[in-house]
Design a protein around this ligand. Structure first.
Ligand SMILES: [Zn+2]
Length: 204
């Protein structure tokens, strides 16, 4: 899971492009394939014959568009870009035209990453649902569909806070909240450095 590229003033979420290039080469040279997200939902429960790696990028920062997108396009590496809808078009973030360009490509897929990108577990269930539904409406309006893979926006939290809050009860709250307005199945909870990302698939 990546965030910013060549934005060295944000060391906790940044990767330098030469390091990114090295990581992509290691993946290739070790014989791993890049997982194409368009197969992700259908194949998730199936036993895999080979090891594949899914590249994901959170938030929709402009530095992704300027730095990593040309690289991924040139090397035909598929990925999911998880977009929070509220900051789109603001300073440092991609515009809807840029997001549509990714969406229209063969290798880029758009994921749901809430509206405000706030730590939703701190909200009431009503606020939690409102945030997700706001983003859902905007995605439908801007892209014509609702992205079916969701990544939670918990990255704004310091490590200790997140670890304290990352309890079974809170996971159940997240699950219940989503269940209350859409049919949802948790499919993936990958640990990622100090950040836990919850990826859900919306069963429509
Ligand atoms: Zn994020």
């Amino acid at each position: 899971m990546y965030h910013r590229f060549n934005e060295n003033k944000y060391p906790s979420t940044n990767i330098k492009m030469d390091m990114f290039d090295e990581q992509m080469k290691i993946i290739k040279n070790q014989g791993y394939e890049f997982y194409d997200p368009k197969n992700f939902l259908n194949e998730f429960d199936k036993v895999k014959k080979s090891k594949k790696i899914l590249i994901t990028i959170d938030d929709g920062f402009k530095s992704f568009y300027n730095e990593a997108w040309p690289y991924l396009k040139k090397n035909k590496i598929p990925f999911i870009l998880f977009v929070s809808t509220e900051p789109v078009g603001k300073r440092g973030y991609m515009t809807w035209d840029e997001i549509k360009e990714i969406n229209d490509s063969d290798i880029g897929y758009i994921g749901h990453h809430s509206h405000s990108h706030e730590y939703l577990i701190d909200k009431t269930e009503k606020e939690f649902i409102k945030d997700i539904e706001t983003a859902t409406k905007i995605f439908k309006d801007k892209l014509g569909y609702i992205p079916s893979i969701f990544s939670s926006s918990s990255s704004a939290c310091p490590k200790a806070k997140l670890e304290n809050k990352n309890t079974g009860a809170n996971k159940r709250k997240i699950f219940r909240t989503f269940r209350s307005f859409i049919h949802l199945k948790i499919i993936y909870i990958p640990p990622c450095l100090y950040i836990y990302t919850y990826i859900y698939t919306i069963i429509k």
